[in-house]
Design a protein. Structure first.
Length: 242
């Protein structure tokens, strides 16, 4: 019962995210023929330390892994699968952050920030679907994930995509979903039900970025009071034509 109460609070915690360092999201985009990791908030595309990309996983249409390397550039990261993937997941470990009494965020745990009034450890994930019929393996490395329950490439703009949100591998209730994170990052589209399921309107012919973010209490840690998680699901609303 306690776990159910905690999950019910996730929507509230998610709403609090916009007020602090966890506001930035993660997704991938095709740029100049490359798959690049984007760290930002809506239209913002911020520079970040590429060393914070903690993992990348590419899969073929059968869900079998494709080798992928991370090219760590000066201000962002580029993902290089051995061959074109059907799906690709990426994770960013943004580290521990503590808020000082004068409202400054320090990239350290509270044990190293005397007088800290708030502390969190943040992780960001993204799942991209590139090819029709992609089968997804278990994505245990993504502690928060938005899973499409039908092929998102077959839905089309103006129609609803059924999704399921998992937190630590379990259905997450009460999680608010942003249907168009790139264009309207503060506009909530829907909320997951008791089974972690929701219907999200596909808004764009081009790239769709559906996002969710939650903050979960952490017990018995000397450095953080919460764990902040962001996740996105990306796909094209319609097939690309030359």
């Amino acid at each position: 019962m306690q776990q159910g109460k905690s999950l019910a609070l996730l929507g509230l915690f998610g709403a609090m995210f916009a007020t602090h360092v966890s506001a930035h999201g993660l997704w991938t985009e095709q740029r100049r023929g490359n798959i690049e990791a984007i760290y930002g908030d809506g239209a913002e595309d911020n520079a970040f330390k590429a060393q914070k990309i903690s993992g990348a996983w590419a899969y073929d249409t059968e869900g079998k892994m494709i080798p992928v390397t991370v090219e760590r550039l000066a201000d962002h990261a580029r993902l290089q699968p051995l061959k074109p993937p059907a799906a690709l997941a990426v994770a960013l470990d943004n580290g521990m952050w503590s808020l000082t009494a004068d409202k400054k965020w320090i990239n350290e745990g509270r044990s190293k920030v005397p007088g800290s009034i708030e502390s969190t450890e943040t992780f960001k994930y993204s799942l991209a679907i590139y090819q029709p019929g992609a089968k997804l393996p278990k994505l245990d490395q993504m502690k928060l994930v938005i899973l499409p329950e039908v092929d998102p490439l077959t839905v089309g703009p103006g129609k609803s995509l059924p999704v399921r949100v998992l937190l630590d591998g379990k259905p997450a209730a009460g999680v608010k979903l942003v249907g168009d994170y790139r264009s309207a990052p503060s506009t909530m589209s829907t909320e997951t039900d008791a089974d972690g399921r929701a219907q999200v309107l596909v808004r764009n012919e081009g790239l769709n970025v559906i996002a969710a973010q939650v903050e979960v209490p952490v017990k018995n840690s000397p450095d953080v009071s919460t764990r902040g998680l962001f996740t996105s699901l990306t796909f094209l609303g319609e097939p690309h034509h030359e």
